[in-house]
Design a protein around this ligand. Structure first.
Ligand code: COA
Length: 360
């Protein structure tokens, strides 16, 4: 395996997987809960429906299925994983970490597992961390997961937020590869000054759970959407440009851009500023809404399994979210996608059946 001149190993994605719960919540369903309309939601956000976890599905259950699918595509067993980086804002519990719960369910007996709290940018941060671990030779195989059951912290009496979010999970297996392909750059940023723009006010050390916090609905997401909008467009554009430049590409050399799916108008704003045609930008927000840290790996898996990504393609992914956090990554795709999808598809059904049995 060739290394970079500084001895750093290349890192690439060798398998992807995703899972979304079966229950669909449509805009029409939301019309019955709050004063809103399908027309408003579609026009202002691009969202038509989102998935909602069943009462007996926790984040680790969603993450488990997405991870099993990623491992199958990568052609590895769970005990080959060295580290599990689980990005989430909605872990099963605050203790133990959701990463550890996933490790146990997956049977990843040799993995160090932990949670990454970077809101919607969590998967991109996870790629950055995995690249560092693999590049430096600390780990050979890292599973990065983005998973959310946001429906558990969404206030279904607040029309400003409840129309936006959905549940789901996505996962990717990262391993060492030749220098020159795989991940070229990961750009990661935070600005705590913007913390209150998107928050869950109560529940842990600052504002522990009490009758008062429950009555004041402080365990739900609160958002200043208008303030986030311009920041989202600017930050994803800047970060993507930096990653493209680090890869030696002009923005128009990007073959596929996967943005965080928060609002179709935000995606369109970034696309226009980057000068990319519509066919190079992947959009699935209409079907899933904003699944936070799961949005990019869900989209990535759909691109891989549909054959949208081919070896040699220039891929860029970018996100922004609470914290505030934002970031992007650029990579030259190495996975022979169609072959992987074909071999994964046969075993997919088996997992589907097994997982349904497990939750029924
Ligand atoms: C939330 C968001 C969709 C709102 O769209 P917008 O065009 O900015 O809408 P505005 O905030 O200007 O609100 C316009 C009006 O629609 C109303 N409105 C808000 N939600 C509504 C809904 N679901 N249905 C109907 N009307 C709604 C507002 O109350 C406001 O009414 P007013 O003018 O009487 O006060 C948009 O700001 C957004 O997507 N921001 C980014 C949020 C985000 O990405 N969050 C996740 C971060 S990872």
């Amino acid at each position: 395996m060739t290394r970079r001149p500084d001895g750093i190993r290349g890192t690439t994605i060798t398998g992807t997987g995703m899972y979304v719960p079966e229950r669909v919540l449509t805009n029409r369903d939301l019309e019955k809960l709050v004063e809103t309309s399908d027309e408003w939601i579609v026009e202002r956000t691009g969202i038509r429906e989102r998935r909602i976890a069943a009462a007996n599905e926790a984040s680790s259950d969603l993450a488990l299925i997405a991870s099993q699918r990623a491992l199958q595509m990568a052609g590895i067993e769970a005990d080959e994983i060295d580290q599990i980086v689980l990005a989430t804002t909605t872990p099963d519990r605050i203790l133990p970490s959701c990463g550890c719960t996933l490790q146990q369910k997956l049977g990843a007996t040799k993995a160090a597992a932990y949670d990454m709290f970077a809101a919607c940018t969590g998967f991109v941060y996870g790629i950055g961390l995995a690249r560092g671990l693999i590049g430096a030779g600390v780990s050979d195989t890292v599973l990065v997961v983005g998973v959310e059951t946001l429906s558990r912290i969404v206030d279904y009496t607040d029309r400003n937020t409840c129309v936006l979010f959905g549940d789901g999970a996505g996962a990717a297996v990262l391993r060492a590869c030749d220098a020159g392909v795989g991940v070229h750059a990961v750009d990661m940023h935070s600005d705590g000054e913007l913390g209150e723009v998107l928050e869950v006010p109560a529940g842990i050390s600052l504002n522990p759970a009490s009758d008062r916090t429950v009555a004041a609905r402080e365990h739900f997401i609160r958002m200043q959407g208008k303030k986030l909008f311009p920041f989202a467009v600017r930050s994803m554009e800047d970060s993507t440009r930096r990653c493209a430049e680090a890869a030696g590409w002009s923005a128009d050399a990007i073959d596929l851009f996967i943005p965080h799916q928060a609002n179709l108008r935000i995606i369109e704003g970034v696309r226009e500023r980057l000068g990319l045609p519509e066919e190079k930008v992947y959009v699935n927000i209409d079907r899933y809404g904003n699944t936070s840290s799961a949005s990019i790996p869900i989209a990535l898996d759909e691109c891989v399994r549909s054959g949208r990504l081919k070896p040699g393609d220039h891929l860029a992914m970018a996100a922004f979210g609470g914290g505030a956090t934002w970031g992007a990554t650029s990579m030259t795709w190495t996975l022979a996608a169609q072959r992987a999808a074909d071999s994964g598809a046969r075993r997919h059904e088996k997992i589907n059946t097994k997982s349904r049995e497990a939750v029924s």
